[in-house]
Design a protein around this ligand. Structure first.
Ligand code: AMP
Length: 223
């Protein structure tokens, strides 16, 4: 099963993509995670991506497309994947069609996780992440027992640069101009499913799973 998750930044695509990948035993490919890791490790890819990420801009298409083309050739992607954070522009969507055609694959479904923008600003600006183990909290929705300290490992909690309000609003603007057209692109291809993401995490997962099952997608994929 070959899936893409799209939606505004902070809509919960990442959380849902991890759950869906786990449930169906397919690869989870998250461009944001790959870039964050590359920045941390100071690889050539990370050095190229860093300044764009810090200012809430998209990394240029050619960098992302080359990176994803390589990643999708890896063996764990053969029996299925869920792409999270890619494509983000029409140009990337068209490039993805080309990359998949070379691999004799095509997308089964694109899942749009939709959430109102003001809710997204609240979600992002309240998010805190553990410096040591990466656990996620929210200062209102899921606070740690002791402010600023990770319940799981005692590590220090911090706010990701790209979760600051100014950056979040900038990212939403970028989403409207660059990524929103993707919904129409996939709608025209007849492979878009819209899922209301303004519910609990479990409810959203259940809605996505229901959609996958109703469409009979789970068994698709190369062995
Ligand atoms: P994410 O974790 O998906 O929100 O991604 C974090 C940041 O990585 C984004 O704000 C971009 O700077 C960069 N990034 C991730 N995926 C892409 C993509 N498909 N195209 C361009 N930039 C991306």
């Amino acid at each position: 099963m070959y899936l893409v998750m799209i939606g505004p930044p902070g809509a919960g695509k990442g959380t849902q993509a991890v759950r869906i990948a786990w449930q169906y035993g397919i690869a989870h490919v998250a461009t944001g995670d790959i870039f964050r890791n590359a920045v941390k490790e100071k690889t050539p890819l990370g050095l190229k991506a860093k300044s764009y990420m810090e200012s809430g801009q998209l990394v240029p298409d050619e960098i992302v497309i080359d990176m994803i083309a390589e990643r999708l050739e890896e063996p764990d992607c053969r029996s299925g994947f869920v792409l999270d954070g890619f494509p983000r522009t029409l140009n990337q969507a068209q490039a993805l069609d080309g990359v998949l055609a070379k691999l004799t694959l095509s997308l089964d479904r694109v899942i749009l996780v939709d959430v109102p923008f003001e809710e997204l600003v609240n979600r992002a600006t309240g998010r805190r992440v553990c410096k040591d183990c990466g656990a996620n909290y929210h200062i209102v929705y899921s606070p740690p027992s002791k402010p600023g300290v990770c319940d799981r490992c005692g590590g220090e909690l911090y706010q990701r640069d790209d979760d600051k309000e100014e950056t979040v609003r900038k990212r939403l603007q970028v989403y409207v101009s660059e990524s929103q057209p993707l919904a129409a692109y996939y709608q025209d291809k007849g492979i878009l499913s819209r899922i209301d993401g303004n519910r609990t995490i479990d409810e959203v997962t259940e809605a996505i799973v229901r959609e996958i099952e109703a469409l009979g997608l789970a068994s698709r994929g190369k062995k």
